[in-house]
Write a protein that binds this ligand. Structure first.
Ligand SMILES: [Zn+2]
Length: 68
């Protein structure tokens, strides 16, 4: 099994980790159910996108998914 010859220095370790930071996911408020959602995506809590029901949500309280 190959083993590194030298211990990685703090500088090299930190240089490698300089690209490891996570970015904050941008969220908008759903115009239908006011829950946070990512822009340009189907809302995960109500299943709507641009006013249309795109996805069936199992635990939906109101049964208004069959309008169209
Ligand atoms: Zn929604």
């Amino acid at each position: 099994m190959p083993v590194p010859k030298k211990k990685t220095s703090k500088s090299k370790r930190n240089m490698r980790r300089s690209h490891d930071a996570l970015t904050v996911v941008n969220t908008i408020t759903c115009p239908n159910c006011d829950s946070p959602m990512r822009p340009h995506r189907v809302c995960s809590s109500c299943g709507q996108y641009r006013g249309r029901q795109v996805k069936e949500i199992a635990q939906e309280t109101e049964n208004n998914s069959n309008e169209e």
